[in-house]
Every structure is written in structure tokens, then in C-alpha cells.
Design a protein around this ligand. Sequence first.
Ligand code: NAD
Ligand code: UGA
Length: 470
Amino acid sequence: EIRSVKNICCIGAGYVGGPTCAVLAWKCPDIKVTITDIAEDRIRAWNSDELPIFEPGLDDIVKEARGRNLFFTTDVDGSIEAADLIFVSVNTPTKVAGIGAGLAADLCYIEAATRRIATVSKRGAIIVEKSTVPCRTAESMNQILSALSPSNATFEILSNPEFLAEGTAVEDLLDPARVLIGSMPTTRGRLAQQRLAEVYSRWVRPEAIVTMGLWSSELSKLAANALLAQRVSSINAIAAICERTEANVHEVSSACRLDLRIGSKFLEAGIGFGGSCFQKDLQNLVYLSLSLGLPEVAEYWKQVLVMNAWTKQRFARNIVQKMFSTITAKHIAILGFAFKADTGDTREAPAIDVCRDLLEDGALLHIYDPKVSSSAINRALGPAKGSNVSFQSEQRAYTVEASMQQACVGASALVFLTKWAEFESHAVDWKAIYASMSKPAWIFDGRNIVKDPTALKKLGFIVYQSGVGY
Ligand code: NAD
Ligand code: UGA
């Protein structure tokens, strides 16, 4: 029996499970939504005033729904048992060892969650793949369920990939471009699909709710991320040509944007894409192509990753080269560490690679990011010199600063790595910043933050912008 949905459980209280189900609970006060995780500190944070992730607008939504029909708990089993519908929003990182290491998705968390559901859910439930998974993952989940669950429990698996972007998660969830729901082509599959569609239809435009087959839905998620990442690599490849030809990539991309067939979004050149998903999902697609015996397809998508790694490296090399080919003992202000603005997330942030390269070349970094904690920077780069940490780890030459101005004091260069609005603000006192820096003072703009380079050059700065040839 496929029950109507009154009680929802979400396994995984991360960047996806948290915001997705908080918005769902906020919009559907009559549905009880329980978000569960094995990570106690994360659940504690979701139940506190300091949420574990920063997303504009999320605090208010959580505050309003929490304790009403939205609950956060480490009681995974209890939450599964009570649920009519279960979102599986666990992490699916790239495997680091074994077969497919460095490419394939590690499905151990998906399997563990599925085993838990099979063991605990007595009546059965609609199981929704929310995590990004390789095509045909539902098949393995089904096998686990059939082998482990009691015979009178009815399960139906749906694919409902998440398309939110960090930093705009709440607005993306409130008004999604589309909600995909993939099911098996059976009566029961279609009924389950309808049940989930009913939940979304409380606030999502009906034309945005798209139903399709399960395998297409799983693959659509990988395809969408691959196409987005490919655009970024494509424009970064053009940017490299611009730098050698006195062309300006921002002018070139604005010309391309006017063509409706190309479209206006995702053509910002810079230091390469970061974030927890683009790289991992492309690796996943490469692995899938290889395992399906399609090496040319694998090679094609791999090149998007090659271009991205090269873009990050090229940016760091440019800094060293322009600063008279040596940055040994030079102080450099790093402005922005998150992988994009409006998030504190540093997973796969280009800043990590750029900072590592600069540290490797002997620079002393002053890092400032409005939302990234010093412990996150520590985890990403290794402990800072002089910090009170285990003597076994090599200590790195950086400090974490409390403001943009402070990071620039005594620095020979400032490097923009995240497009935070405060860096672009008219309130920035460039004259004072210039005065506080070592001379000559460089600006390396990896994020198209400097809109009037001439004015800054007049102050005395030497300005370098990604994708702009002089
Ligand atoms: P995350 O690491 O922030 O969260 C995953 C959570 O799942 C962790 O807190 C972990 O403790 C928990 N977990 C793992 N196994 C568990 C288990 N057996 N029982 C209970 N909890 C368990 O990851 P995320 O960024 O939220 O991503 C989750 C999935 O969503 C990934 O597949 C990702 O590709 C996909 N996705 C992410 C984004 C994004 O913006 N971050 C967007 C779309 C899709
Ligand atoms: C991306 C997708 O946009 C989401 O639709 C998807 O759900 C998500 O991945 C996922 O599967 O996790 P996200 O990684 O949060 O979202 O952020 P994006 O806005 O896509 O940016 C990714 C990276 O690309 C950032 O480092 C950003 O600075 C960079 N980028 C983006 C560019 O360099 N240029 C652009 O034009 C756009």
C-alpha cells in the first residue's frame, strides 16, 4: 500500500537535507517533517540559534517551523519507523580508494541508509533519492530492500534530485526552475510519484513539476551539473585566449550572452569552479561512461575537469610571475575563501588550491572571508604557523584576519577569490588600503570584482584581472 504523506523523514541533515526539508515543513504545516543524522554535533547545531550552515533566509524559516512540524534528531531509527516518505540526502563523495578511486561515487552512505530503512521500517514507505547518485542506483537499493525487509512492507523508490545552489538555496527551493520526480513505469511507481508531486504542488507551479522515468531522472542531475560546469570551463578557456590577445573576457561573454541560444547565465570567467558537487559529479559521469564502455564520452567530460584544474593553477602562477617571479616571504592578502559568495562552504573551493600554491612558493598569507571560520581554513590548509596544534602536522604560513582592511595591512598584493558584495562596495576605502600596503601594490582580481581598474591604477595599484589582456 502506498500511503498518503503525513509524516516525512529526511536522512542526512547537511547542505541539502537541512534546507530542503526545512522549506518543505515551512510550506506544509500539516506534514510532520523529521530531519535525522548520525552526526550529533550537526543535529545539536540545527536545534540551536547558530545553524550549522549559512544560507540567506534559512534562519527565519527554521525558527518558524522548528518545534511546530519540523524536528531535528539523531534518532534515525525512530524517524524512519514513523515515516510515510523518506528522503535520502546523505553524502555521496568520490571514492578515495579501491575500484574507481578518484572517479566513482562512494555509495557506502546510501547503502547504510537503505539497510537501515529495510531493517526498521515495518510498514514500508516511499523512498526518495535526494542525493546525487550514479544512474541505476535505485536498482541496488531495491535489491537491498527486497533482501532485508519484512514481506508485508511496501517500498517504492523515486528519484527526486536536488538542483539548489548554495547561497541561494532558499530562493531556489521556494521557486524551483523544475522539480524532477522519476519513478518506475508501474502503477505503484506512478502512484508514489503522484504522492510526492502532491506535496510539492502545495507551493511549486504545476508546470515546474516534471515526471519521468527513474533512470532519466537520476541521469538528468549528472547531466545538468556537467553542462553547467562545462560552461564555466569553456569561458575560462576563452579567458586564457583573452589574456594573450588584449581582448577582455567580460566583453566577449557579454557579446555571447545576447544570443538567446547561448543564454546569459554561467559565463563568468575567473579562477575555476569549486563546490562539493561539480567536480565529484563530473568524475562520476566520467566513471559511468568508462564503465559503460564509452571512453570517448569519458574523455570529453574529463577535459572539463582538466581545464578547471589548469585555470586554478594558471591564476596562482600568474601571481608569482607578475610579482617578479618570486613571492618568497612576501605578504599577500587573500580576500574570500568560500567557493562562492553567500556561503561559508569551503568544499573544493578554488581558494584552497590557489593558497596552497602560493604557500608552496613561500608567501605569507593574510586570509579574510566574512563567513568562513578559522577552523575551516585550518582544516583546508593545515594548521597556521604558531597555532597550538599537534606537532605532527606541518604548520603553514598564514593568518586569519577579521576584515578586508586588516588583511591588506603590510601586504604586497591583494587577491580576490570570492565575489563577496562587501569587496565590491563603494564603502571600500581604496586610498587607505593602498596606503597601508607594501609597494609596489598589486591587485589580482580572480572574480571580476574591480569595475574601474583605471581609478585603482591612478591610486598606484598594479591591477591584474582574470581574462583581461592589456
Ligand atoms: P553533507 O555532507 O552536507 O550532508 C550529508 C549528511 O548525511 C551528513 O551530515 C552525514 O552525517 C549524514 N549521513 C551520512 N550517512 C548517514 C546515515 N547512514 N544515517 C544518517 N545520516 C547520515 O552533504 P550535502 O552537501 O547535503 O549533499 C548530500 C547529497 O546531495 C550529495 O549526494 C550531493 O551530491 C547532493 N547535492 C548537494 C548539493 C549542495 O549544494 N551541497 C546540491 C544538490 C545535490
Ligand atoms: C551547483 C549547481 O548550480 C546546482 O544547480 C546544483 O544543485 C549543485 O551544484 C549541486 O549539485 O551541488 P553550487 O555548487 O552550490 O550549485 O554553486 P554554483 O552557483 O553552481 O557555483 C559553482 C562554482 O562555479 C562556484 O565556485 C562558482 O564561483 C563557479 N562559477 C559559477 C563560475 O566560476 N562562473 C560562473 O559563471 C558560475
